[in-house]
Design a protein around this ligand. Structure first.
Ligand SMILES: *[C@@H]1O[C@H](CO)[C@@H](O)[C@H](O)[C@H]1NC(C)=O
Ligand SMILES: *[C@@H]1O[C@H](CO)[C@@H](O)[C@H](O)[C@H]1NC(C)=O
Ligand SMILES: *[C@@H]1O[C@H](CO)[C@@H](O)[C@H](O)[C@H]1NC(C)=O
Ligand SMILES: *[C@@H]1O[C@H](CO)[C@@H](O)[C@H](O)[C@H]1NC(C)=O
Length: 663
């Protein structure tokens, strides 16, 4: 069959490399199955929805809460994950029937494990949706089997775990007690932050029913800061203080003290230390990124005050004009503490309006140790729980804004690179299944690479970082994936190693390899500048490395005259600009078509025979990627079916097309 094949290039549509967003393009992209970034995958036919993850203290075992099961997986060997033990925990048929009768889908009438925490050296604690009738169990950590709890009775899960598996919740165990944020009813209307498993004078606590303490929240995460003796909760909720916007979502941080035992008459068995504040992730002159997706804490550097603890959050926007975008903002514990120590808003119950209170302050809301406080004091804290100021991002700016990625989960760590310089690295899981690894630099974030970890969009995912094992663990519907934090040996030359700007990697000038740089003195690295000419002075220039991987390949191509020639150029990096050159001459766009994917096309004529080089320019460094020698092919006998002579035409606008007939 004869077909007309045309390729066109339109000058007016040449992609404009927007400098503004240039840095949020991942430098390298590894699709699923790329040899340069191999993944360890755990799947098992009878295991699904493995989305609740917990690492053992030595980070050698991963505990996983999935559908109708709790598992322990050995993650101590890089590159493999094997199941050690599994507890089957499914609701009996009667519960499932009951669940179906209430009109739920069969697929949702299972037990989705949503709480998994270590209580003490003997027990773990797990809670699941249990066919829309939440339950909890004790797990003996030594035998990894279901244990009878101290009460000897089955553990009620209401207020600890949601009913609906698609409802988000959070839980954290501190000193054998369980702090949770979830909805506590079937309809999902009664959100509550509460404490369970308390003993002695430490009673179980929950939120008072005072209006406004929680407003239709979506719980995201919780964290314990020992030096503050506080548990912090992160969530989004309706911001009723903005009464001029209907249903305005507001990201929040709330706090409670672990020493809280409730009041004596007022606020009996209720939090006396609950306070909340708004998180603000917003650039000047722009709509706020107001929907919290995920947030993690990064402990203060060794030796520094806990005030330097950082919280990195992913935020999206409730407005369509910002749909599909995400922003990352960082908050310091210092700023959070200042906001909680400041003034509080007050709700005028008659007018249903919030005002900044100008009144005698008879207590500091959010202060620990109010259990013997007077009735007046407790009344005051009961009415004053919303901090007046918002928590602003550290350094007043957004850490990263991605115009086209919906980030879903985040993990973060501080990395000590070559010669002890410390960087913050973020791991961001996109909705479409790519893991982005970014390093935060003074000039903005640089996305070192993206790695595809699955190819179906997932309803629920989770991300956990094992710093000591150097692996990112991702739980999703079909299993768990482990991604090494880096693969320095992928970078074949000093230039590539420096251009990567990966704090984990540096060039060893003696061994001539790109290798682990963390805390090394003898390797070269330039994460901030990526300056190859400075760092690779002593390294062999790439032109002398012929034969090594990554040195430009040289090819001879023989073509008959009047054929269209296509030359391919590999992609060194998504940040590199590729272009073609002939020795001593420019390529006229009247004769040559250079495509954005690196391809060069032209018609073979006596004047176009010769040498061609594809070069890439990145961060001021130019390297040759491939060299072609295009020669004339002398046909021994005339071809049977003479091909039509291809034509290069200028079509509408600024487009150039080559058309040729193909068999
Ligand atoms: C690292 O990259 C090298 C070179 O592409 C590859 O051979 C190796 O398998 C990769 N290792 C991992 C763990 O991905
Ligand atoms: C662990 O917690 C359980 C239940 O709270 C308690 O009965 C037990 O004594 C604790 N064990 C240790 C070693 O602390
Ligand atoms: C609170 O009061 C009780 C008795 O009224 C007393 O025993 C207890 O020590 C007090 N606690 C604190 C922390 O002051
Ligand atoms: C569980 O996994 C299945 C795919 O295996 C997915 O369709 C479903 O939405 C998941 N359910 C939850 C609650 O995550």
């Amino acid at each position: 069959m004869m077909q007309t094949v045309s390729i066109c290039v339109c000058l007016s549509l040449m992609p404009i490399f927007s400098t503004c967003w240039a840095h949020v393009i991942p430098r390298l992209s590894f699709p699923l199955g790329s040899p340069g970034r191999s993944l360890a995958v755990f799947t098992s036919p009878d295991v699904s929805n493995s989305t609740t993850l917990l690492l053992s203290n030595d980070e050698g075992t991963l505990f996983v809460g999935g559908r109708d099961a709790v598992m322990s997986i050995d993650v101590s060997q890089a590159g493999t994950m094997t199941m050690k033990e599994k507890i089957d925990w499914s609701p009996p048929n009667s519960d499932q029937r009951h669940c179906l009768m209430k009109g739920n889908l069969e697929a949702d009438c299972h037990n989705f494990v949503r709480v998994l925490q270590v209580l003490n050296s003997t027990y773990m604690y797990a809670c699941g949706t249990f066919a829309f009738n939440p339950r909890c169990i004790y797990i003996n950590s030594n035998t990894f089997s279901v244990a009878t709890g101290p009460s000897g009775k089955p553990e009620e899960g209401r207020g600890r775990c949601p009913y609906d598996p698609y409802q988000r919740n959070t839980a954290i165990a501190v000193d054998g007690e369980l702090y949770t944020g979830t909805v506590a009813d079937y309809m999902g209307n009664r959100p509550v932050i509460s404490r369970h498993l308390s003993e002695g004078s430490h009673v179980d606590l929950k939120l008072d029913d005072t209006p406004g303490w929680l407003e239709d929240p979506t719980f995201i995460s919780s964290t314990y800061i020992p030096s503050e003796e506080k548990v912090y909760f992160f969530f989004s909720e309706t911001g009723n203080e903005y009464d001029f916007i209907d249903k305005f979502t507001v990201p929040r941080i709330a706090q409670v003290c672990t020493s809280d035992v409730g009041g004596q008459r007022t606020l009996q068995r209720r939090w006396t230390t609950f306070a909340k504040a708004q998180l603000r992730c917003q650039a000047a002159q722009e709509l706020p990124y107001n929907v919290l997706q995920d947030i993690v804490s990064v402990p203060a550097p060794e030796g520094a005050s806990d005030d330097e603890t950082l919280f990195f959050g992913i935020f999206s926007s409730q407005w369509r004009s910002n749909a599909g975008r995400s922003a990352i903002c960082a908050f310091t514990l210092k700023n959070i503490k200042e906001v909680f120590a400041g003034n509080y808003k007050r709700l005028n119950r008659d007018a249903q309006k919030w005002t900044t209170r100008v009144q005698e302050k008879i207590a500091n809301p959010g202060e620990c140790g109010l259990h013997n406080a007077s009735k007046d004091t407790l009344h005051f804290v009961k009415e004053n729980f919303l901090a007046d100021e918002s928590v602003l991002p550290a350094n007043q700016g957004l850490t990263l804004v991605s115009p086209d990625q919906s980030y879903r989960n985040i993990a973060a760590q501080r990395v000590r690179g070559a010669r002890g310089k410390v960087y913050t690295v973020l791991y961001l899981l996109t909705e479409s299944g790519y893991l982005h690894k970014a390093v935060i630099l003074e000039k903005g974030a640089h996305i070192i690479e993206e790695i595809q970890v699955y190819n179906q969009p997932q309803p629920v995912t989770n991300l956990l970082l094992s710093i000591s094992r150097g692996a990112v663990l991702i739980g999703y519907a079909e299993g768990v994936v482990s991604v090494p934090v880096s693969n320095c040996s992928y970078y074949w030359s000093c230039a590539e190693c420096i251009l990567a700007r990966d704090p984990f990697c540096g060039w060893d000038p003696v061994m001539k390899v790109c290798t682990d740089a963390t805390n090394q003195q003898s390797v070269v690295q330039d994460v901030d500048g990526g300056n190859v000419s400075e760092q690779c002075k002593s390294a062999t220039p790439s032109s002398e490395q012929s034969g090594l991987p990554g040195s430009p390949s040289s090819e001879v191509l023989s073509v008959p005259l009047n054929e269209v020639v296509h030359l391919q150029c590999p992609e060194a990096s998504q940040l590199a600009k590729r272009y073609w050159e002939r020795l001593n001459s420019q390529l006229s766009p009247k004769i040559y078509i250079q495509l954005d994917n690196g391809r060069l096309s032209f018609v073979a004529t006596p004047s176009t025979l010769g040498h061609y080089q594809c070069k890439a320019e990145e961060n001021g460094y130019i390297q040759t990627l491939v060299i072609y020698d295009v020669k004339q092919k002398h046909l021994l006998k005339p071809t049977v079916a003479q091909k039509d002579t291809p034509v290069l035409t200028r079509s509408r606008n600024d487009c150039w097309c080559v058309s040729e007939k193909d068999d």
